[in-house]
Every structure is written in structure tokens, then in C-alpha cells.
Design a protein around this ligand. Structure first.
Ligand code: PEP
Ligand code: MN
Length: 333
């Protein structure tokens, strides 16, 4: 349920109303816009007398929110959320150009790629240290050492870093990481989501390979319901009957999510297609559809990458991609 307060309601009146609502065992989420203040009521709202609430002097309207996701719901928070990660801002018109290798492989590799993508216009660096691989025999990532190398790349370039967590027991290693990624395979690892909700780190939550948009939003709700409001969503392709591409990029997810939620929506065309030559056109399509950012795998030598070489762009290809994405964004302004 949401209560929209009348323009001119004082802070004291708002607090008085909140105290009354909390007394009914409800959590109250406040969204303070320039024009309106919206109170989002979370919990068992069946006991709230809508007519009584709506008749109060300071209340403009009261509406039930039928969707099961509340804090991620745009009805609770009409303005776009803007997430700050290091020196980057994402959402509300701020675009995230996230680039870097699938996995951190060595100091030389990550510094080379970081320097190149920074030069080409990326504003965040990605790189996996803990890798969820389909085969237990495949390269599993460098682990804690990989995060140390990412931090060196951050020190060398100033780029905030994005890297995936697979197990909450490693959280201490992420203290200086700017954005913690939750991978597709962990989208419904609810214990992990709850623990990340207790931190204040920006979280990049990727859509599961076979999950609906509502399920993605419910996973984001798990994080937000624990207090962490810094959540970004990532469409990375879903599994369909099509096998030509690694996954099927659901471009309509961008618009649907932006209608339903105030959280930034990032698109990952690399894992969506699995083929380097398909990455630029899908990045352009994502930018044209209004995504709040793209995340692209870039390797200094894709043919020798330890993970996902076939979908990795060279730094030169990435530079061209970034230029065109920025041009598309200009046209849309
Ligand atoms: C990744 O971004 O490195 C990754 C493993 O992606 P996903 O979880 O989307 O498969
Ligand atoms: Mn990858």
C-alpha cells in the first residue's frame, strides 16, 4: 500500500503519521521527491483502514500495491534510483559502461585490459575472481588473489571494480570492491541475497538463465528488504529453444523493468550471445532501448582467454562499440 502525502506536509506531520503506521506493525519506506512524498507501507496492510488513512488532512491518495515486490516497485519510488559506485554514477540518465575480462588471469592481463578499456571510455572495470563454471575441471578463477589484482588495476586506472561473489564466506575479501555481482546461477540463492542486503555495497544482480522478470524483481526485493537500496539489475539472456546463440537476449526486459522498478537496468550482450561479433549490435540495441548501461567482456588476447574468449572483444573493438553506444545515446536525448 502507498500513501501519497499532500504538498506542504510538514516533517512533524509526516513523522506523526509514520509513528501511527508503525504502531500497526508496518514498516514504512519514505520516498521524498521534490514535489511529492510517498510512504510505502510494508507488512500486513489488511488491517489498515484505507478510507480512514485517505481522509487524513495530509494524505492526497492511498493505493494498494498488488505486486508482491514493494521496495523495488516504481510505485514506491517514482524517481529513478541513482547508484554511486566509486567515482561512477549509474541510473537516472547516468550510463554505466562496464568492460573487462571474463576472469582475472594475471597482473599483466588485468592491468593491460583495464588501461585499454579506460582509454576507450569505460567507467567501470569488470573481472571475475570467483568463477561459476559449468565444469569443475574448467578454470575456477584466481579467488582472493584475483580481487587483489583487480584492486591494483583500480589503483592504476581509477576505475571502480565489479566482481562476482559466489559464497558469503568470502565477503571480507570484497571490502574494497565497488560493485558486488551476483551471477545468474545465484540469482535465487536467497541466503546470499539476504546477507548482501545487510551490506551497503552496490549489487549487480544478474537475471537467472530461466527466471522471469518478476522472479528477478523478487530477488532484488530480498536484498532491499534487508536495508541495502543499492541494487542494479542485469539482463544477460535467458535460455530458450534457440541454440545458435548462447542465450536469447530479452531486450524487452529493459522497458518492462524500467516500467516496474526504479532500479537501473544493465544489459550484458556478451553472455547473452556467446559470440563476439554479435556483441556490438546487441549493445547498440540495448542503448537504443534505453538501458542504463552495458557490461561487455574485453580481453587483450581473446584467443588465449582462460574463460569466454569466443565472446570477448579486443580493446579496439570495444573502443568502437563505446563510441557508437555514446552516439546512440546522443541521438536519443
Ligand atoms: C559473468 O558475468 O562473468 C558471468 C558468469 O555471468 P552470468 O552469471 O550472467 O553467467
Ligand atoms: Mn564470462
Amino acid at each position: 500500500m502507498i500513501a501519497v502525502l499532500k504538498h506542504g506536509t510538514t516533517e512533524a506531520q509526516t513523522q506523526h503519521l509514520i509513528a501511527w503506521l508503525k504502531n500497526m506493525n508496518l514498516d514504512v519506506h519514505i520516498s521524498q521527491g521534490q514535489e511529492v512524498t510517498i510512504l510505502g507501507l510494508i507488512g500486513d496492510t489488511s488491517r489498515v483502514d484505507m478510507e480512514l488513512l485517505g481522509s487524513l488532512d495530509i494524505v492526497e491518495t492511498v493505493k494498494r500495491v498488488s505486486e508482491p515486490f514493494k521496495q523495488v516497485n516504481r510505485k514506491f519510488h517514482p524517481l529513478d534510483s541513482v547508484i554511486t559506485a566509486g567515482n561512477a554514477k549509474i541510473g537516472g540518465g547516468n550510463f554505466a559502461m562496464i568492460a573487462g575480462p571474463c576472469s582475472v588471469e594475471s597482473e599483466e592481463q588485468i592491468i593491460k585490459v583495464a588501461t585499454a578499456v579506460k582509454e576507450a571510455g569505460a567507467n567501470l572495470l569488470r573481472g571475475g575472481a570467483f568463477k561459476p563454471r559449468t565444469s569443475p575441471y574448467a578454470f575456477q578463477g584466481m579467488g582472493g588473489k584475483g580481487i587483489e589484482l583487480l584492486l591494483k588495476a583500480k589503483a592504476a586506472t581509477g576505475l571502480p571494480i565489479v566482481t562476482e561473489i559466489m559464497n558469503i564466506s568470502t565477503l571480507d575479501l570484497f571490502t574494497d570492491v565497488d560493485v558486488i555481482q551476483v551471477g545468474a546461477r545465484n540469482m535465487q540463492n536467497f541466503d546470499l541475497l539476504k546477507e548482501l542486503g545487510k551490506t551497503n555495497k552496490p549489487i549487480l544482480l544478474k537475471r537467472g538463465l530461466a527466471n522471469t522478470l518478476q522472479e528477478l524483481l523478487m530477488s532484488a526485493e530480498y536484498i532491499m528488504s534487508e536495508g541495502n537500496e543499492n541494487v542494479m539489475l542485469c539482463e544477460r539472456g535467458i535460455r530458450t529453444f534457440e541454440t545458435y546463440t548462447r542465450n536469447t537476449l530479452d531486450l524487452s526486459a529493459i522497458t518492462v523493468l524500467q516500467e516496474l522498478t526504479h532500479l537501473p537496468v544493465i544489459v550484458d550482450p556478451s553472455h547473452a550471445t556467446g559470440k563476439a561479433r554479435l556483441v556490438p549490435p546487441m549493445a547498440y540495441a540495448a542503448a537504443a532501448a534505453g538501458a542504463d548501461g552495458v557490461m561487455v567482456e574485453v580481453h587483450n588476447n581473446p584467443a588465449c582467454a582462460l574463460c569466454d574468449g569466443a565472446q570477448s572483444l579486443t580493446p579496439a573493438q570495444f573502443a568502437e562499440l563505446n563510441q557508437k553506444v555514446q552516439q546512440i545515446r546522443e541521438v536519443l536525448k
